[in-house]
Write a protein that binds this ligand. Structure first.
Ligand code: PLP
Length: 394
């Protein structure tokens, strides 16, 4: 970076976690306490999360992927079963379906919301379908009423990949506070983090007990020295070190959500001022579109890649991302369509099967969005993107 760049113009990453001094102090206390793995902090974190989700049972896990795997096992999904999901997601969503021996069935997305198309879900239901696994991309819920109506009509489980959707709402109700199984992630980039972690919101104490066993090898302890295993599990427990960070983050949830909403509002204003729409750049659905309220986990735009007039060996999006980086702005890709990864192609998935997902998967770019950003950063991102796209697209 050139010497003329002022500190205020330092590199802006697309995401940066905010861990405050209180969280750091809590970690120190756990490390000094003599009990550093799963214990009282984990339990306190689970109680706080349960309160957040209207008192429903909640258990924590080592990460969001493990959380979804446990959810599938609690729903008794395995070999011979089909799970309908979206290709525009972090590959974990589909990988965990394979891990339990079931088959992920991808359907196309609604290009407006970029989430799974519920018409396509209905059309893909077969006698083998056991569950729907929606993903709330960037925190935007799907039509929850419609989702649960479809599930009820066909007697399907719903395993919500709500990894990105903590504090998102449907008609004012928090995602996770209603519905079937809801899985959240506290990975470092998520709205609240434990560094790595996740939690599952369940329906009954019986499901919660099964989750407790599955996260620790399936072990059942009784009396002073009794031990048994009825169903083998894995090593998926969350440590007290991670839980202490999660608890400290949870205390800021309202402020985090509010700050992200304000930044999104600034984004829409700056996008207009910078003429992004006129350049053919697709913006997210506006704030509070209908019944769904996003937590603005990400602010994502779709580039008009078919109008690329520049030159880059990796194509239009890579050219834009590289040019942005050279101008001090980090961006991300969330996500290329999962069905076109080599392994999934080997299962029979091909280009042309899910056209909306493929087009959006080629053009989608995540712009910087995190609570410590200033409004001036948003302005800079939009101006830089506008300048870059004017040069690279016809
Ligand atoms: C983060 C994320 C996951 C997985 O969470 P990890 O904690 O990284 O295992 C799954 N699905 C989606 C959509 C995510 O964003």
């Amino acid at each position: 970076m050139s010497a003329s760049v002022s500190p205020a113009e330092a590199f802006l990453p697309f995401v940066r976690p905010s861990i405050d001094e209180a969280a750091i102090a809590e970690v120190g206390k756990v490390l000094a306490s003599g009990w550093i793995t799963s214990g009282p902090k984990m339990q306190a974190f689970e109680e706080a999360l349960s309160a957040l989700f209207g008192g429903r049972p909640v258990r924590t896990f080592a990460n969001g992927s493990a959380t979804m795997e446990i959810a599938l096992r609690i729903a008794d999904i395995g070999p011979g079963d089909e799970v309908i999901t979206t290709p525009i997601t972090w590959v974990a969503t589909a990988n965990v379906v394979l891990t339990v021996g079931a088959r992920p069935v991808f359907v196309d997305i609604d290009p407006r919301t970029r989430n799974i198309d519920l018409d396509a879900v209905e059309a893909a239901i077969t006698p083998r379908t056991r569950a729907i696994m929606p993903v709330y991309l960037s925190g935007l819920p799907v039509d929850m009423e419609r989702l649960y109506a479809i599930a009820a009509r066909h007697q399907l489980r719903v395993i919500e990949d709500a990894a990105q959707a903590i504090d998102s709402r449907w008609r004012g109700q928090r995602i996770g506070a209603f519905g079937d199984l809801a899985s959240f992630s506290f990975q470092a980039n998520k709205n609240i983090t434990c560094v790595e972690g996740g939690c599952l919101v369940m329906n009954s104490p019986e499901e919660a007990l099964r989750a407790e066993r599955l996260r620790l090898q399936g072990v059942i302890r009784t009396g002073m020295d009794g031990m048994d295993v009825e169903e083998p599990g894995g090593k998926f427990n969350l440590t007290d070190v991670n839980a202490a960070i999660g608890l400290a983050q949870l205390a800021h949830l309202d402020a985090i959500t509010a700050r992200r909403a304000a930044l999104a509002e600034t984004y829409f204003r700056c996008a207009e001022a910078a003429g992004l729409r006129d350049l053919g750049i697709g913006l997210p659905l506006p704030l509070d579109p209908h019944e769904a309220t996003t937590n603005w986990h990400m602010f994502q735009v779709v580039l008009p890649v078919e109008r690329f007039a520049g030159e880059h060996p990796l194509g239009a999006r890579a050219a834009v991302m590289e040019a942005m980086r050279e101008q001090g702005v980090g961006t991300g890709v969330h996500y290329p369509p999962v069905h076109l990864f080599s392994y999934y192609r080997s299962l029979g998935w091909r280009e042309g099967m899910l056209p909306h997902a493929e087009r959006i998967g080629r053009g989608i770019v995540t712009l910087p969005m995190f609570p410590a950003m200033r409004d001036a950063d948003v302005e800079r991102v939009c101006a830089t993107l506008s300048k870059t796209c004017k040069r690279l697209f016809k």
